[in-house]
Ligand binder design. Sequence first.
Ligand SMILES: [Ca+2]
Length: 164
Amino acid sequence: MTTIRLENRVIRICIAALLMSQMLGFARPARALQPTMVDLFLPLLAKEYDPHLETEPNGTEALADGPVMNGVVYVGYHNTGPALDSDYWRFEASGAGPVHIEVAGLDSAGQVIATRVGGGQIGYVGGPPFVIDTTAPVAGQYVVRVVSSAALGVEAYTVTVTYP
Ligand SMILES: [Ca+2]
């Protein structure tokens, strides 16, 4: 993942340099440049900005990924390898009601904590299966904190939240 992001960055810098030089009038004509740019750039953008993937850093409420859409599967990564990694995902409940959280792909060291922003904890699970059934007491912002590690060699996990 890191390698892909680095490569994306390098390629984007090269493309930006090409575009700049073209704008300033000392590069090849636009027709010669454009097909290469489209072939390379669009698939990489689609990967890097996929809204269903986590974006580090996301280790605090303020940096939480989201808002996650109701019932949609999101993918996070164990970025710190065997060490514990905290990823925050936020969602907004439209009212009080049942909240269902499912996280798959954590090893036995994983934890999932659901909290109302500015309020208290509404759910916790400290071992598999990582499923929380709880209740949102009021409308508002909530976060799901996924504490993961890749101790068992798994690189990714999924998180799905359904809420009012
Ligand atoms: Ca992560």
